[in-house]
Design a protein around this ligand. Structure first.
Ligand code: GAR
Length: 204
């Protein structure tokens, strides 16, 4: 099997990274985690990757004077590692328009709301403030417009009356850890692809 060489981009904790590493440790999984890249040297997820024997790379956005210059440095690291697919997992930088175009159809993100509701940051608090009874998480292809790309997969959780942003985030995170590997599998197997601005699913 030709497993897709996959990079995971992180900025922090790396719990979704752990879920992806665990899924990809099964030999029949169609993607391997070949590189973990962070914009922060102190991201806890880098240690998770190193422990798993995965190559890591830290590139600080602070060393670049434009979003595109930073994105081009990430791109160079990804090309150097011969990466096929990229999963953003808590990567808290906004890209230049150039980057999602360069990686069109190969760039995924996980977001802790049911998009297109609640884009940006503090989205669990946004959901509570809006009074929605159901929230969840979304894996989508990344396009230049923030949190707006075609949806690959979603999972829903209830929003309970006494929820805080933290309790809701924890409930959503459990679903994220199952959803992201499932979505990566679909893309790596070619069962969903980005075409004409939509996520097109292969017939079952
Ligand atoms: C996750 O909840 C992820 O959905 C969210 O950051 C957290 C990262 O946790 N991403 C975003 O909000 C992106 N807009 P992790 O580092 O433990 O995977």
């Amino acid at each position: 099997m030709n497993r897709k060489r996959t990079a995971v981009l992180i900025s922090g904790r790396g719990s979704n990274l752990s879920a992806l590493i665990a899924a990809a440790s099964a030999p029949e999984f169609p993607a391997e985690i070949a590189l973990v890249l962070s914009n922060r040297e102190d991201a806890a997820g880098l240690a998770i990757a190193q422990k798993a024997g995965i190559a890591t790379c830290a590139i600080s956005h602070r060393n670049f004077d434009s979003r595109e210059a930073f994105d081009r440095a990430i791109d160079a690291a990804l090309r150097e590692a011969k990466i096929d697919l990229v999963c953003e997992a808590g990567f808290m930088r906004i890209h230049s328009d150039w980057f999602p175009k360069a990686w069109e159809g190969k760039l995924l993100n996980i977001h802790p709301s049911l998009l297109p509701a609640f884009k940006g940051i503090h989205v669990q608090q946004q959901a509570i403030d809006a009074g929605v009874k159901i929230s969840g998480c979304t894996v989508h292809f990344i396009v230049p417009e923030l949190d707006s790309g075609p949806i690959i997969a979603q999972a829903a959780v209830p929003v309970l009356p006494n929820d805080t942003a933290d309790t809701l985030a924890a409930r959503i995170l459990v679903e994220e850890h199952a959803l992201y590997p499932a979505a990566l599998r679909l893309v790596a197997e070619g069962k969903v692809r980005l075409e004409g601005g939509r996520a097109v699913f292969a017939a079952a």
